[in-house]
Design a protein around this ligand. Sequence first.
Ligand code: URA
Length: 234
Amino acid sequence: MPENKETFVALTEEINTYLRFLAETGCRGLDCSKKSLETLNRWGNKNVSSSETLETIRMDLGDCRRCNLYTSRKNIVFGAGDPKARLVFVGEAPGHKEDETGEPFVGAAGNLLTKIIQAINLSRDSVYICNIIKCRPPGNRNPMPDEIKACSPFLKRQIMFIKPDFICTLGTFAAQTLLNSKESVSRLRGHFHSYNGIKLIPTYHPAYLLRYPNKKRDVWEDMKKLMKAYQENG
Ligand code: URA
């Protein structure tokens, strides 16, 4: 009978969707083992930890040779700050001083970023700071697409572990990579976007502000929006 057939098709689709959901959460087959049930319970729960931590992500990265930047780098610049931060800043790539020290944003652009963070009543220790790529491109050239492709999965895992309320991308490459967009930062900045449900506000890179100080006004407008949402959302 047509009615039974429709019910059968709807049921099959529902079971199919549920099996896909189980597979995505790590369950294989109709498995009700303790481990699978723990995986299911953990799914989407911010407060219950999975085995992934920033340390395990760093260990996976290892002595990375996934792109050619390893040939000229001194140090991998993984990221720094509070693993429970509500706000993550994402820059482009380490520069000379970052390559020397292994710390993100410690050169001239970093000093300006520190001032921007303080201007929104936060400190470097209370946020998390990292980059799209973790090794310095020679001569501070722009990151290449293959370098971004090799490195950005680690950034995405860092963000998924931290689960911040806000992301502020600095410059074109960070905004375009996380938003999967080809738009310029001047078009993307000025309002919130969503990155996997996390509010993301793009703004200009501090190194750009050092060259074009008249753009500081735009960044301040972006930071006021960020600060307001951060405080309201606290
Ligand atoms: N510029 C960046 O984008 N990141 C750094 O860590 C330093 C400078």
